[in-house]
Design a protein around this ligand. Structure first.
Ligand SMILES: CC(C)(COP(=O)(O)OP(=O)(O)OC[C@H]1O[C@@H](n2cnc3c(N)ncnc32)[C@H](O)[C@@H]1OP(=O)(O)O)[C@@H](O)C(=O)NCCC(=O)NCCS
Length: 150
C-alpha cells in the first residue's frame, strides 16, 4: 500500500515520468517547481517503498481549492491511490475555512469523473474545446467544503 506525504523537489523525476505517460500535454518541470514553491498549494505524493506511484497538486485562490493535477502510475491504478491522495487533500485543506473544490476533467475521462463523483463532486458546467491537443470539452466539477456540506 502506498503512503501519502508532501511532495519534495527530489520527487520530481518520478512525478514527471508519470505525468508524461498520463497526459498528452504534460506539465513542464517549471510548472511543478512553481506549485511546490507556493504557500497556497498542497502538493502530495503517494510512495510505495521509495517509488513515486502517484501525485496530486491543488492550489487555493479566492477561497476555492483548485485540483490542478492528479495522476497515478499505470501499474498502481484501481488500488485506491488517487482516493488516498484526495482524502489527504480534503483533510489538509479542511483545516481552514474555504468554499469548496473545483477541477476540470476531460468529458471522455469516465473513470476520473466516476472517482470525483464518489467524493461528492458534481458537474457544474462545460468549457467548450478546452483541451488544445484534440479540442475536447472539459467538464467543470465542484464540491462544497465540509463546512458547507454540514
Ligand atoms: C484517474 C486516476 C487518477 C484514478 O486513479 P486510481 O488510483 O486508479 O483511482 P482509485 O483506485 O482511487 O479509484 C477509485 C474509484 O474511482 C473509479 N475509477 C477510477 N478509475 C476508473 C476507471 N479507469 N474506470 C472506471 N472507474 C474508475 C472507481 O469507482 C474506483 O473504485 P473501484 O475500483 O472500487 O471501482 C488514474 O486513472 C490516472 O492517473 N489516470 C490518468 C491521469 C488522469 O486522468 N488524471 C485525472 C485528470 S482530471
Amino acid at each position: 500500500m502506498a503512503a501519502i506525504r508532501p511532495m519534495r523537489l527530489s520527487d520530481l523525476k518520478g512525478v514527471q515520468e508519470i505525468e508524461e505517460s498520463s497526459f498528452p500535454r504534460p506539465w513542464s518541470l517549471n510548472a511543478f517547481i512553481t506549485q511546490l514553491a507556493k504557500d497556497s498549494s498542497i502538493c502530495l505524493v503517494a510512495v510505495d517503498e521509495s517509488r513515486i506511484v502517484g501525485y496530486l497538486i491543488a492550489t487555493q485562490y479566492v477561497e476555492v481549492w483548485h485540483i490542478l493535477d492528479l495522476a497515478v502510475h499505470e501499474d498502481y491504478r484501481r488500488k485506491y491511490v488517487a482516493t488516498d491522495l484526495i482524502e489527504e487533500l480534503l483533510e489538509q485543506s479542511g483545516r481552514e475555512k474555504h468554499r469548496g473544490y473545483t477541477l476540470e476533467v476531460r468529458k471522455s475521462n469516465r473513470g476520473a469523473i466516476k472517482m470525483y463523483e464518489s467524493f461528492g463532486f458534481i458537474c457544474t458546467g462545460i468549457r467548450k474545446g478546452y483541451y488544445r491537443d484534440n479540442g475536447e470539452d472539459a467538464l467543470i466539477m465542484w464540491r462544497d467544503s465540509e463546512d458547507m456540506l454540514a
